[in-house]
Design a protein around this ligand. Structure first.
Ligand code: 13P
Ligand code: SF4
Length: 453
């Protein structure tokens, strides 16, 4: 695999000068992740990066052996049925950042109200700047509905988010994922076949009958970060979807209807939420088909946790929290609940991406934050809030490798194709899946989330 030697752009050189000049002032400009990685590559920044290879030319990976690509999820196994991206036309690969910027702006202008661009908090700044809405996965799914005149919803995020937007938008609106390789390694850790196997095994032990209070033996709960097929499974089996902002309220909903919960795919969100609700760890066993649980463990369980995890958030550690506290006395440590339990227990606060954004917005000027979530969001927050000191808990720059597959080159490609009337990379969930999945999503929408603490 060949990567051309990356030269700092003129803008980057200028930014470096600006940073050097202003580094002792509160106006210091925090570079985007792309820019920081370029500086690391040319030896002008002292940080480390786990891999810089997706920052400049993600299309190189489209032609390779299917994989998530270098970054926080590179060690995860990519299922064979995951969508793959074809080769990006060379004109987009070769275009400079300035040319892509002109072309994206021109296409966006020409498409006008016919287009809405949604950008997840974890996208690169170089992509987020074109978004009409920026938010978490749930907010973006709702944002899609606020533009009924838009024929095309271009989703700069990952595959499960585009699927959800497709199910919640009108049938004649097309949802487009600029790079089909932008999956989510955690979502891919649970598939319909293995969850169905687990479900059947649980029912062999627990039976099918409700208890005296009418509660089912087990209720399936899927995190938003899952395929539409699993949302459909939950809709069909009396279950529900949750996000990181409403997981506790959703678990309470499930316990009103069931004696226990099967929670997938993220063990950490499930464990952290269950623990905060007072459920003991021995009542939250891990379901891993290669290490079967005893019948007694299943009978006694309150939350059966699927063995999935997020490779980005699992990097955060108690040692990093302790180091942040040592080096920045008074620091506030806030982390996403996809982080391991020990990290959440040690932090000052844990919550969804939206919780993190709001906690920083609400803080007294001069607060120092160590944030345990994806680096693109952390660096953007640092830039947007010069009144605070904000840094990532993990000193290594390691973006979510699937979010990072969306590069301005792919955005220019899908927008210019749309302008010509060609819809590329459309994400369509078949109605047979979308109908039960919408039931599980609507159950979630009917649950009132807890007020943030
Ligand atoms: P949100 O649901 O907060 O957008 O998070 C999505 C995600 O992928 C977290 O890792
Ligand atoms: Fe998936 Fe983790 Fe990336 Fe979120 S940060 S999209 S959970 S791999």
């Amino acid at each position: 695999m060949q990567f051309s030697h990356i030269q700092p752009t003129r803008t980057l050189r200028a930014a470096r000068v600006e940073v050097t000049r202003s580094c002792n002032t509160k106006e210091a400009h925090v570079l985007s992740v792309d820019e920081t990685i370029q500086l690391i590559q040319i030896g002008q920044a002292t940080q480390k990066t786990c891999s810089s290879k997706l920052s400049e030319a993600p299309w190189v990976w489209d032609a390779e052996q299917p994989a998530y690509g270098p970054g926080a999820s590179m060690a995860d196994h990519l299922p064979a049925e995951s969508p793959h991206q074809g080769i990006l036309p060379v004109e987009y690969q070769k275009a400079s950042a300035a040319e892509l910027d002109l072309r994206i702006r021109a296409a966006k202008h020409a498409l006008g109200e016919r287009l809405v661009i949604l950008g997840h908090f974890y996208q690169r700044d170089e992509v987020v700047k074109y978004a009409d809405f920026v938010g978490d996965s749930f907010q973006l799914a709702q944002a899609a509905k606020t533009r009924p005149n838009a024929e095309a919803i271009v989703f700069c995020g990952v595959h499960f988010m585009a699927e959800t937007a497709d199910m919640l938008s009108r049938a004649d609106q097309s949802v487009i994922l600029p790079n089909l390789a932008a999956g989510c390694s955690m979502a891919d850790m649970a598939d319909l076949d293995s969850v169905t196997d687990c479900w059947e095994q649980l029912h062999e032990i627990l039976g099918e009958s409700p208890d005296a209070a009418g509660r089912q033996p087990v209720i399936p709960v899927t995190y938003m970060n899952s395929s539409a097929a699993l949302k459909g499974f939950c809709g069909e089996h009396g279950g529900i979807v949750c996000t990181s902002s409403n997981a506790a309220a959703v678990l309470r909903w499930a316990f009103e209807r069931g004696q226990r919960v099967l929670f997938f795919p993220d063990q950490h969100l499930g464990r952290n939420t269950g623990k905060a609700m007072g459920i003991s760890l021995d009542q939250m066993p891990l379901w891993n088909p290669s290490k079967p649980l005893t019948a007694a463990a299943i009978q006694d369980a309150k939350v059966i946790l699927w063995h999935g995890f997020c490779s980005v958030h699992k990097r955060f550690s108690v040692e990093q929290v302790e180091r942040a506290r040592r080096e920045h006395p008074g620091v506030r440590v806030i982390v996403h609940p996809e982080s391991p339990m020990e990290v959440v227990d040690t932090a000052d606060g844990a919550g969804s991406t939206d919780f993190i954004v709001k906690a920083i917005e609400a803080a007294q000027p001069g607060t120092t934050f160590a944030v345990g979530t994806e680096i693109n969001l952390v660096q953007r927050l640092a830039n947007q809030h010069p009144e605070h000191t904000i840094f990532c808990l993990d000193p290594v720059i390691c973006p979510c490798s699937t979010m990072y597959r969306i590069h301005p080159g792919y955005l220019a490609w899908v927008l210019e194709s749309l302008e010509r009337g060609e819809v590329l990379n459309r994400i369509t969930v078949p109605e047979s899946v979308a109908i039960p999945a919408r039931i599980a999503l609507e159950r979630m929408l009917s649950v009132r989330p807890d007020a943030p603490k």
